[in-house]
Design a protein around this ligand. Structure first.
Ligand code: FAD
Ligand code: NAI
Length: 467
């Protein structure tokens, strides 16, 4: 242990990045503390992100299946009644169990939770409330918060104009929910409230939903969400909002500018992205600054410009995803302990948990073109997958992008009911440098949705059997 410091490692933030880093550091024998200002551990993901959103996606999907979906297809007649308070309570229970679980793991691994807001005093010293603590190494894992939209002030307590946190906690089903931003949050939480009975309109600045995903997937997703009844205003931006009692009037114009129009809503969800949390951290006192995007810059080993300070998760460059933060948490702890912690940032899956799910890993077809890469592409529709057909859930396809010369898999994109689970196989394959032929000649259990990945891989160099 470092003799002159209170701790070997001090981690700021107990989200998926910070709590995982703390547990791994303690497992490696380092005296570890984690500062968290929130009342519970787990960060954005467990408290107001991944977990409550997935809980509500699950609950609302059950309701929708009974109300409008597959129950009738299978000859099951039901008239569901929604008890929203009960659904919310179940979500809260799941969150409580998981955040409590992290507290248990901290105790089990002897990680000290320092409760309060951390601010640097110098490169080895952090103030937490009235206390001052020192550490040999410090990890910044402060995560991110909602990007505000000028002219549209979020007021979660007022429950009319909300961000994702407010949208996870509404006490009534909106009559008309306008979602500003057709990204991941907009589509996941828009889906929740549409399934529970809200009219949903998505206003998206770009001319397609879900920026960053493969073009074919974005197009197909757009069609599916429209078919499900979401109204789309692509290529538009919101310029202002006025709340009048239970009514919100939005002013909207074309993305390129032009005539203003108005749109009335009962509720508005602002979901235009997230930005890194560094406010109040006094980075300058530690000799650090942020880049133009507000992020803390790091080297490949997660070290910042100050050698004993490290950064991981949403506060550093890269996708803002919980599993990316967790893997960086393990790697940074291993590096601090003198081991070689590595994250392969080329193989970070991305999943949108709508129905069907949308998932991808690696490069898109557009990125292949931009980089001048010669690629071969294999596609297979879920319509031709026997399990999807048997289950009557045939929306979507699998797309495999492989290097034209070496056949190495460079990207996999999936829209399918189980895309989030199916993508794990693609990640393992890519991590091991697999070719499309490796996937095509791997025996897949029948009948499973995963066979669609095998057949898409077969389509890269030859022909799938079932098409
Ligand atoms: P965070 O989870 O943001 O944790 C940082 C913690 O640091 C916070 O608890 C904060 O209170 C604390 N903190 C900040 N500053 C200080 C300070 N100075 N002192 C003390 N404490 C401080 N990702 C997925 O991969 N899958 C999903 O399904 C998914 N769903 C999401 C749904 C929603 C609605 C949202 C908003 C996000 C979702 N995400 C999802 C993203 C995911 O939540 C983040 O990528 C992840 O939480 C980032 O982890 P982190 O540890 O970097 O930061
Ligand atoms: P996002 O970046 O996914 O989408 C924001 C969307 O808003 C974009 O399509 C953008 O073009 C649009 N936009 C920006 N300004 C606009 C404006 N003025 N008017 C209209 N549209 C505008 O961001 P989102 O959905 O807020 O999510 C933030 C992050 O949280 C994501 O990047 C993701 O990393 C993470 N997240 C991950 C989830 C998952 O993994 N399933 C679920 C939810 C969030």
């Amino acid at each position: 242990m470092a003799e002159n410091y209170d701790y070997d490692v001090l981690i700021i933030g107990a989200g998926p990045g910070g709590y995982v880093a703390a547990i791994r550091a303690a497992q490696l024998g380092l005296k570890t503390a984690c500062v968290e200002s929130r009342a519970t551990l787990g960060g954005t993901c467990l408290n107001v992100g991944c977990i409550p959103s997935k809980a509500l996606l699950h609950g609302s999907e059950l309701f929708d299946e009974a109300q409008n979906g597959h129950f009738a297809t299978w000859g099951i007649t039901a008239t569901p009644m929604l008890d929203l308070a009960k659904m919310m309570a179940e979500k809260t229970k799941a969150v409580g169990e998981l955040t409590g679980g992290i507290e248990f793991l901290f105790k089990k691994n002897k990680v000290t939770w320092l409760k309060g807001h951390a601010a640097f005093e110098d490169a080895h010293t952090v103030k937490v409330g009235d206390d001052t603590v020192t550490a040999k190494d410090i990890v910044i894992a402060t995560g991110s918060s909602v990007t505000p939209l000028p002219g549209v002030t979020v007021d979660n307590a007022g429950k009319r104009i909300v961000d994702s946190t407010g949208a996870l906690d509404l006490d009534e089903v909106p009559e008309h929910l306008v979602v500003i931003g057709g990204g991941v949050i907009g589509l996941e939480l828009g889906s929740v409230w549409r399934r529970l009975g809200a009219k949903v309109t998505v206003v998206e600045f770009l001319d397609q939903l879900l920026p960053g995903l493969d073009g074919d997937v974005r197009k197909e997703a757009g069609k599916i969400f429209k078919k499900q009844g979401m109204n789309m205003m692509l290529g538009h931006k919101v310029t202002g909002a006025k709340v009048d009692g239970k009514k919100v009037t939005l002013t909207i114009e074309k993305a390129a500018g032009g005539d203003e129009q108005t749109l009335d809503a009962s509720h508005v969800l602002v979901a235009i992205g997230r930005r890194p949390n560094t406010e109040g951290l006094a980075l300058d006192k530690a000799g650090l600054s942020v880049n133009a995007r507000g992020q803390v810059e790091i080297e490949h080993d997660f070290r910042t410009a100050v050698p004993n300070i490290w950064g991981i998760g949403d506060v550093v460059p890269g996708p803002m995803l919980a599993h990316k933060a967790e893997d960086e948490g393990i790697a940074v702890a291993e590096n601090i302990a003198g081991q070689t912690g590595i994250v392969n940032h080329d193989v970070i899956p991305n999943v949108v948990y709508t129905a069907p799910e949308i998932a991808g890993v690696g490069i898109t077809e557009e990125q292949a073109k931009e980089r001048g890469l010669a690629v071969k592409i294999g596609k297979f529709p879920m319509m031709a997958n026997s399990r999807a057909k048997a289950n009557r859930d045939t929306d979507g396809f699998v797309k495999v992008i492989a290097d034209a010369e070496t056949d190495r898999v460079l990207g996999v994109w999936i829209i399918a009911s189980l895309a989030g689970t199916m993508i794990a196989e693609a990640c393992v394959a890519m991590e091991f440098g697999a070719t499309s032929e490796d996937i095509a000649y791997t025996c897949h259990a029948h009948p499973t949705h995963a066979e669609a990945l095998k057949e898409a891989a077969m389509a890269v160099t030859g022909k799938p059997i079932h098409m």
